[in-house]
Design a binder for this molecule. Structure first.
Ligand SMILES: Cc1cc2nc3c(=O)[nH]c(=O)nc-3n(C[C@H](O)[C@H](O)[C@H](O)COP(=O)(O)O)c2cc1C
Length: 332
């Protein structure tokens, strides 16, 4: 195993899930200030957008975000090879293939969760992706789709894809039901099956396996690691309560030091915000990801409301953020 792979495997003990419209570069920069170690994923970027559309700006990120993984969507092997190469050239530490997303747009392009029914095609895709990509290629999948029997299809899927050279998987521990459920419902309604993911680790001990789905706190995450899984991926909870998850991660998951205080993180965001505004960006594009920073703390609602009401306005800038911070009572 290369040094790079080992470093990533350690980082992947905890990761923030890829989330469209949520884990953009501003969100990841903010998350990185809270945890120096957690692996961060981009939103899904489709291979056609990069390769056919030439939308290379979708690969932009800040160097501070490392370790950071690019998630790709697609099912056309040669196109994915080109997209993975572009990702590695842009400096991403990992390129992940999305085999879990159930949205209509994704299904119609035959990618995302529907690929659970096409393990050979996924194997071909990841072989191609590895061919010209210096970053590690990984897969995020479900336990099955529709009427598939997860106990049968998941091991078969993992074996086929692992034979193509993938050694790290993240498994969202529920099926996707491709007919009749919205993407949002598909994140809540199909039942979670954590034991099956644990069984996969027992069956394939050499693979690095992360579990995902419905994990709301670090207290819920740690037992999965204690029981042998290699990593935990957290999505919605990390977004809505970033400090509760990421603020404790470096200490509890990686044995490192404490996070800066919430207020210190706000101050650390200011130069980044200034840079964004002077490049023509809007304050709200950044602060919308920061609304949950004080969740559970006195003043959380005032912080959220102040930013929601004032960060849209023309001229909104760092002083708007400081005014929102002033809504938070000083600790006694
Ligand atoms: C707003 C939103 C967007 C998402 N977009 C993606 C995506 O682009 N790629 C992907 O693999 N999963 C996506 N997901 C699914 C998450 O990565 C994750 O698998 C799911 O939310 C379950 O984890 P959680 O219960 O910790 O949130 C998205 C989830 C949400 C809430």
């Amino acid at each position: 195993m290369t040094q790079q792979t080992e470093t990533l495997r350690r980082a992947a003990r905890l990761s923030v899930a890829p989330m469209m419209d949520w884990t953009d570069r501003h969100c990841r920069y903010f998350h990185r200030l809270i945890s120096g170690e957690t692996l961060l994923y981009t939103e899904m970027v489709t291979a056609p957008a990069l390769v056919r559309g030439g939308a290379l700006h979708l690969l932009d990120y800040s160097p501070e975000e490392h370790p950071v993984a690019l998630q790709l969507g697609g099912s056309e092997p040669v196109e994915l090879r080109q997209a993975a190469r572009l990702g590695a050239e842009a400096g991403y530490d990992e390129v992940n293939l999305n085999v879990g997303c159930p949205s209509d747009r994704v299904q119609s392009g035959c990618f995302g969760a529907i690929l659970m029914t096409r393990p050979e095609l996924v194997a071909e895709c990841v072989s191609e992706m590895q061919a010209e990509c210096t970053a590690e290629v990984t897969v995020k999948c479900r336990i099955g789709v529709d009427d598939q029997v997860p106990e049968d299809v998941l091991p078969a899927f993992i074996e086929t894809v692992a034979q193509a050279g993938v050694t790290r998987f993240t498994i969202h521990a529920r099926k996707a039901w491709l007919e009749g459920l919205s993407p949002k419902e598909n994140r809540d309604i199909p039942p979670l099956d954590y034991p099956l993911v644990h069984k996969m680790k027992a069956a394939y001990p050499d693979l690095h396996i992360s579990i995902n789905g419905g994990i709301a706190t670090l207290d819920d995450a740690v037992p999965h690691l204690d029981h042998g899984l290699d990593g935990v991926m957290i999505g919605r909870a990390a977004y809505h309560q970033p400090y509760d998850i990421l603020g404790l991660a470096d200490q509890r998951i990686y044995g490192g030091g404490p996070a800066p205080s919430r207020a210190a993180i706000v101050h650390q965001m200011l130069p980044y915000i200034e840079g964004h505004l002077s490049a023509g960006g809007k304050l709200n594009q950044i602060t919308r990801h920061m609304l949950g920073l004080f969740t559970g703390q006195p003043g959380a609602r005032l912080w959220r409301r102040y930013l929601s009401e004032h960060a849209h306005g023309t001229g909104a800038g760092p002083e708007t953020v400081l005014a929102a911070l002033a809504q938070i009572p000083e600790p006694a």
